[in-house]
Design a protein around this ligand. Structure first.
Ligand SMILES: NC(=O)c1ccc[n+]([C@@H]2O[C@H](COP(=O)([O-])OP(=O)(O)OC[C@H]3O[C@@H](n4cnc5c(N)ncnc54)[C@H](O)[C@@H]3O)[C@@H](O)[C@H]2O)c1
Ligand SMILES: O=C(O)C1=N[C@H](C(=O)O)CCC1
Length: 266
């Protein structure tokens, strides 16, 4: 069966890469895209894609749904719009595969409940790169033995959310096994606000934004006289595409929401 896919955010950095991935996949058909700007009638009009890419562009998800009937909506937009898109897609019976980051815990809970109640699959993956998923899993395991942890995430300077979705997911996986405790000296004082980073359950998260970077993270686990560093680097957005394709296939079998690629890889 061919999976009919729509992409929200198709002219963006991730969206463009996803368009090519889906166009190349024999089992998928890119039936439409959603963007919030009037960027032409079809992808070909945007001049970002070959003239043969005559995929229609919509600015409204309900219209996109009724005219092109996708099975799956891949969302690669912005933290501002992702919750609304995901909720709307579920209400329209379209399975969301979401790479966009910036969800609150409450939003995740609510979408999860809606997805299970209506039996519509949904995948929200803060990071589609397999290496990043392994980094998170290794850090989760190591935290049992080395519970003093700081996360340094580093991204390109056009990123809107901080900390990154990957850092938030890493911290939440670790927090499930680590006894909550504050780190550093009990009397430590910041001379400049923010110097010690964000506080997640006593762990610290530091966000670096620089031109030239793509997506990088290191998890530092300190112990007596030792330091374990677990690091992952995405050098280009191609690194995310096998995870996008896997999620599109997998979401067709699901009847609930899965948060994190680690839950669908064998
Ligand atoms: N999960 C992952 O592995 C992964 C990897 C890279 C990026 N991301 C996330 O994906 C998102 C997009 O990243 P990017 O670098 O491609 O961003 P980008 O700014 O390059 O692209 C965003 C695209 O979304 C469109 N858009 C924004 N708001 C919209 C709306 N309301 N309706 C329709 N279209 C809208 C923009 O026009 C643009 O085409 C970010 O949240 C980023 O953190 C996730
Ligand atoms: O480019 C981005 O933005 C990325 N965001 C994700 C995050 O917030 O963790 C993952 C990789 C790239």
């Amino acid at each position: 069966m061919t999976i009919k896919v729509a992409i929200a955010g198709a002219r963006g950095r991730m969206g463009q890469e996803a368009v090519h991935t889906i166009m190349k996949d024999q089992n998928m058909e890119l039936v439409s895209v959603l963007d919030y700007k009037e960027i032409g009638e079809t992808l070909a009009d945007t001049k970002l894609f070959p003239q043969t890419f005559t995929v229609p562009i919509f600015m409204d998800l309900t219209e996109l749904s009724s005219k092109t009937k996708p099975d799956v909506l891949v969302d690669l937009t912005s933290p501002e719009s992702v919750y609304q898109h995901t909720r709307e897609a579920l209400e329209l019976g379209i399975r969301p595969v979401v790479g966009t980051t910036g969800f609150s815990d409450e939003e995740l809970k609510e979408l999860s409940a809606y997805s299970a109640e209506h039996g519509i699959g949904c995948i929200i993956a803060p990071n589609f790169a397999i290496g990043a998923v392994l980094m998170m899993k290794f850090a989760e395991q190591a935290a049992k033995y080395l519970p003093d942890i700081e996360i340094i995430e580093m991204h390109h300077d056009q990123k809107l959310d901080a900390p990154s979705g990957t850092a938030m997911k890493t911290a939440s996986l670790i927090a499930d096994h680590r006894k909550t405790h504050n780190q550093g000296h009990p009397k430590e004082k910041e001379t400049i606000a923010g110097a010690r980073g964000a506080n997640y359950d006593g762990m610290r998260i530091h966000s670096v934004r620089l031109p030239g970077l793509v997506a990088h993270q290191q998890v530092l686990l300190g112990g007596d006289g030792q330091l374990l560093t677990i690091r992952h680097d995405s050098f280009n957005r191609g690194s995310f595409m096998s995870g996008v394709a896997l999620s599109i296939n997998k979401v067709m079998e699901l009847e609930n929401l899965v948060y994190g690629l680690e839950n669908i890889i064998d």
